[in-house]
Structures are given as structure tokens and as C-alpha cells.
Design a protein around this ligand. Structure first.
Ligand code: SF4
Length: 370
């Protein structure tokens, strides 16, 4: 039986140097290979012309550089680009690039599906299968960078990464942290710390762990200003209520002067969009250096929620702004290709039976409406 070759996408710089040391090679050889992979998008050892022939042959025997396979890709009228990437024979995840005038942001997935069951999220209806490996996470960035012709430090098209796609990144801690290290490494994608953002639904102990190990920007999916409402739409809140979550955010911010934490707030018509909610949110935001992103809800088939009306969103924003809370309304991007926030689905072999439950709910809804 032949030994499987090691996918080098799975290593950060230190680990790659360790791998090369085991082959009897100097650390700078690992650095050369990283540059070929991340700066020139070369995955064939034979093309790495400044790497000696003997080493290239050695690498060919024991290693490989394999990105996720592109099963499908589509571009929105507004330039947003979505990839469906095959992660194994059965599962696929989605990755989305959002171009803007001054930056290009890639929204990266961390899990196949998600187990947290936030009620306004399309990914949640798919159930959960497994965590993505480091290679599968950084591979998403690599596929997008190659498509864009991104060259770190020279021709930078991809300026920001948000771990905000499918999955809860803090439930896949080690692989996500390792992948974010490659994103920020000069020999990787060379992104500044503040340009890599991890978004969490609020896993308090893991926020503390993140603050010990990594120096990225933090975003928190808040979506409601009181515990009863938040628990009804983000069930994780039952375990880690708002006060504990904000305390963890305070600890995270305390270690990073000049840092602000972004709080995501999906605007759900008649649910969390009233002036009283905005006033409660102001009180919470006074506790942490923060900014708020208001996200107009992006509907998907079978959801019980609707998007708040534009004047309601603007009135909500005004209450926050008048109270001195920096608040943006996120422009909806890519909704014509189901690539907008909260709409990512992929293809998930569900191990939670949530898809079946969701289908039954949908069928009941259709029957009730008939
Ligand atoms: S919003 Fe994020 S954490 Fe919540 S179910 Fe969706 S993917 Fe999971």
C-alpha cells in the first residue's frame, strides 16, 4: 500500500519548515515553496525553478499541493463572485468574494454546515457534517486569489478575509487559527492582522483562547439586545448570555488598544428592529469599544423572517449614531446568486437530521397555506 502524500496547504510556515527538516532540508527551502504556492499560485513542484531538482523529486514523492476543487462558480451582477468548492466526495462549501472600490473581501467557511442553528441563517437549515481542515480553509483563499490574479505586496486584489461563511470558526479552533496565520504571513497572503476578521456567535471560552493565541479582528453575531430575544434567534445565547459575551469582548479588547469589536445585527422585521431595541443596544455598546453593522435580512426559502423596511433600518441606525455608536448599514451584495450574508448553503451531508426537520417544517407551512 502506498503512503498518502502530505498536502502542504495544511502547514503554516513553522510546520512547513519542520516538514522540510524531516526531509533533511534547510528552512529557507520551505520558504521558497511557500512563495511559489501563495505568491505565484504554483502547485506543481516541477515548476519551482529555484528549488533544486533533487528536492523537487523528493517532494514529488512525499508531498502534494491540492486546493479544493471548483464544482461551480458564479458572478453576481454587482461583481460578487461565489464558488462552490468540493471538500470530499460528498460535501461542498461556499466561498464568496465581494469587491468594493477600495478593497476586496473574501468570506471564508470554516465548517461543512453548522450546528449552532441560528434561526435566521440558511446554513443552519443544512445541518452539520464536519470541521474543515486547515488545507480546506486556506485552499478557499488560494482558489480566490488565483482567480483574481492576486499577488501579495504587489497586485493586491484580495485585501480582507472574514471568517464569516459557513460554520462557527471557534468550534474549529486549531485549523482556523493555523489558516489565519498563513493569511497573515508575508510568505502567505501577507494580510495585516486587522484585515483578517473572525466572526463568532459567542463561544465565550474560545474568545478568551483566541485572545491568547491570535491577533485578528473580532466580530460578534449579536442580533438582539436582550437575552430572551437573543436566545430565541441565537440558541447559543442560552449557554453564554449577553453579559458573559460582552465581558469576554471586554477582555479581548483590553489586550488590544485601539481595537474595536464589530457587532453584527441582522435586521428582522418586527422582531428586533424597534426603537426600544436600538436604545437597549446603545447601552450594551457603551461597555465595549465597538461598532455595529446592521445587516438587512436576506430571505431564503422557508424562512419565517422578513427583512426590516428601509426607513425602519435607517431610524434604528439614527438612534445608535445619535448616541455616538459607530453604525453602518451593510449593503446587500450578491443576493441574485444567493451569496449574500446568511444565504450560504453548499452541499452538506447532514449528520444532525436538521435538514429533514427543516423540510418537514416547510411542508407543514405549505400545507397550512393551502
Ligand atoms: S449564523 Fe453562523 S453560527 Fe449561526 S448557524 Fe449560521 S453559520 Fe452557524
Amino acid at each position: 500500500m502506498t503512503t498518502p502524500r502530505t498536502n502542504l496547504f495544511g502547514f503554516d510556515r513553522e510546520e512547513l519548515r519542520g516538514f522540510f527538516a524531516q526531509l533533511g532540508e534547510k528552512p529557507y527551502r520551505a520558504d521558497q515553496v511557500m512563495k511559489w504556492v501563495y505568491h505565484r499560485h504554483v502547485t506543481d513542484f516541477a515548476q519551482m525553478s529555484d528549488v533544486g531538482k533533487a528536492l523537487r523529486e523528493k517532494l514529488q514523492a512525499v508531498a502534494e499541493i491540492v486546493p479544493p476543487s471548483v464544482l461551480f462558480e458564479k458572478q453576481s451582477a454587482d461583481g460578487t463572485h461565489k464558488w462552490l468548492l468540493g471538500m470530499d466526495g460528498a460535501n461542498a462549501i461556499e466561498t464568496v468574494f465581494i469587491p468594493e472600490t477600495s478593497r476586496g473581501t473574501l468570506c471564508v467557511s470554516s465548517q461543512v454546515g453548522c450546528g449552532l442553528n441560528c434561526q435566521f441563517c440558511s446554513t443552519a437549515t443544512q445541518g452539520f457534517n464536519r470541521n474543515l481542515s486547515t488545507a480546506e480553509i486556506i485552499g478557499q483563499v488560494w482558489v480566490a486569489a488565483r482567480h483574481l490574479g492576486n499577488v501579495p505586496h504587489h497586485q493586491r486584489k484580495l485585501t480582507n478575509v472574514v471568517m464569516m461563511g459557513m460554520g462557527e470558526p471557534l468550534l474549529n479552533f486549531d485549523n482556523v487559527v493555523r489558516a489565519m496565520s498563513i493569511m497573515r504571513d508575508d510568505l502567505g497572503f501577507g494580510l495585516a492582522n486587522k484585515r483578517v476578521t473572525l466572526s463568532t456567535a459567542g463561544l465565550v471560552p474560545m474568545i478568551d483562547r483566541l485572545s491568547e493565541t491570535s491577533d485578528v479582528s473580532l466580530a460578534v453575531s449579536l442580533h438582539a439586545p436582550d437575552d430572551a430575544l437573543r436566545t430565541s434567534i441565537v440558541p447559543l445565547n442560552k449557554k453564554y448570555p449577553i453579559a458573559e459575551l460582552l465581558a469576554a469582548c471586554q477582555r479581548y479588547a483590553a489586550k488590544r488598544p485601539r481595537t474595536t469589536i464589530t457587532f453584527e445585527y441582522t435586521m428582522l422585521k418586527g422582531i428586533n428592529d424597534q426603537p426600544e431595541h436600538a436604545r437597549q443596544l446603545v447601552k450594551l455598546m457603551r461597555k465595549v469599544p465597538s461598532k455595529v453593522n446592521l445587516i438587512p435580512f436576506n430571505p431564503f426559502a422557508g424562512t419565517r423572517f422578513e427583512r426590516s423596511d428601509e426607513p425602519v433600518i435607517r431610524a434604528f441606525q439614527k438612534i445608535l449614531l445619535d448616541a455616538g455608536v459607530l453604525t453602518m448599514v451593510r449593503r446587500t451584495r450578491g443576493d441574485d446568486i444567493d451569496a449574500a450574508c446568511g444565504q450560504l448553503k453548499g452541499q452538506v451531508v447532514d449528520r444532525t437530521r436538521r435538514q429533514a426537520e427543516f423540510r418537514r417544517t416547510l411542508e407543514r407551512g405549505v400545507a397550512d397555506a393551502a
